[in-house]
Design a protein around this ligand. Structure first.
Ligand SMILES: C[S@@+](CC[C@H](N)C(=O)[O-])C[C@H]1O[C@@H](n2cnc3c(N)ncnc32)[C@H](O)[C@@H]1O
Length: 245
């Protein structure tokens, strides 16, 4: 698998300034994470470390970030050099990572939606399982497989679009395009049903699977108003996932 994020690492970093990132994505993710003080955490598909740093700042004991893109990891390491948080970063494809430790918590925001087949999804889940302590937790924010394609156009007002060329079918590409400050970039995620995800989790030994609805933070509601967020809430382009090992 090629590291497509090498091509637009900086632009992706800038997309983290879109309001939905703070007021929905991080708010929902952070709520799912809960209290992680003294926990050892592995962040898979950590990108340039945007959430990896926040997780370390939430007083996690140790944090390791892994990403397939050298450029994303370079950006993460630069920030680690400028403001050391004692985070370790590793370049690797999650599917090839193997066991690098035994963690209390594994997080992955927008990793699973890169699996193009159920076999690839299973490999990702097996890496998660191999690196989790017994009783450990997996938490993720991901593309929502259940968002109906007819509702994809609602994403535009939040700074991105989602497109698919036909009906939802296993392995079908969903093209995300971000536009901000005149800088456009796009990439493909892949559709795999919730049923396929549940199959892969269970097969890899991840149980008590829960799909969590995203929420808007009180600040987001105060600044932009309920009406602005209503389509995001109604059509849920992204979703939270939690499993136990
Ligand atoms: C949408 S970005 C998310 C980055 C970060 N988790 C965040 O939420 O800001 C997706 C990341 O997944 C990485 N990625 C995609 N497939 C991967 C794989 N098989 N192994 C490791 N990283 C992968 C990409 O390089 C990219 O940095």
């Amino acid at each position: 698998m090629t590291a497509i994020y090498d091509k637009f690492a900086k632009q992706y970093q800038a997309s983290k300034r879109l309001p939905f990132r703070e007021y929905i994505e991080w708010y929902s993710y952070n709520k799912l994470l809960g209290d992680i003080s003294q926990k050892s955490v592995l962040d898979l598909a950590c990108g340039e470390g945007f959430y990896t740093r926040r997780i370390k700042q939430k007083t996690a004991e140790t944090v390791v970030g892994v990403d397939i893109s050298e450029k994303m990891i370079r950006l993460a390491k630069q920030q680690e050099e400028n403001h050391p948080l004692e985070i370790d970063y590793v370049v690797s494809d999650v599917m090839q990572l193997g066991k690098i430790g035994s963690f209390d918590l594994i997080v992955a925001s927008y990793l699973l939606n890169y699996a193009q087949t159920k076999e690839q999804l299973l490999k990702m889940c097996q890496t998660i399982s191999a690196n989790l302590k017994p009783g450990g937790r997996f938490v993720s924010i991901n593309n929502n497989p259940d968002q109906p394609p007819e509702s994809f156009p609602v994403c535009e007002k939040y700074g991105f679009t989602k497109r698919i060329s036909g009906p939802l079918k296993e392995g079908e590409a969903i093209t995300y395009e971000f536009f901000r400050g005149g800088q456009k970039f796009h990439f493909d995620n892949y559709y795999l049903s919730t049923k396929t995800h549940e199959w892969a989790f269970k097969r890899a030994g991840l149980n008590l699977i829960r799909w969590h609805k995203i929420e808007v933070s009180p600040d987001g509601l105060k600044i932009f108003g309920q009406e602005f967020w209503q389509d995001f809430i109604d059509y849920e382009p992204i979703v939270g996932i939690e499993c136990l090992h």
